[in-house]
Design a protein around this ligand. Structure first.
Ligand SMILES: [Zn+2]
Length: 96
């Protein structure tokens, strides 16, 4: 049986660059993914191992589309340690 796919913070969707600045996504969770600016990327941080992972937005948009809210996206985050619970969405700003 195929396992239901989460958004994996390991390597398959990793961003090519780390952002210049980052903030907690907690005030932005109402926004749809398509609402993010070109210079914003999303990532996640894990309460179990403190890993922070950043995602390639081209792959994110292709896989989940632009309509999904960041809140819904946050619930799908899976850390590289395997943790699925309590991962928090981060928003990074790329240097322009
Ligand atoms: Zn972790």
């Amino acid at each position: 049986m195929k396992h239901k796919r989460g958004i994996d913070l390991r390597t398959d969707m990793a961003a090519p660059f780390a952002p210049a600045r980052m903030r907690e996504g907690s005030y932005d969770l109402w926004r749809p993914i398509g609402d993010l600016a070109q210079y914003e990327i999303i990532g996640g941080t894990c309460p179990t191992c403190d890993h922070v992972g950043w995602l390639d937005m081209a792959i994110v948009r292709r896989r989940v589309g632009a309509e999904m809210s960041l809140l819904h996206f946050q619930e799908k985050l899976v850390c590289r340690c395997g943790n699925r619970d309590g991962n928090r969405l981060m928003i990074g700003t790329l240097a322009r």
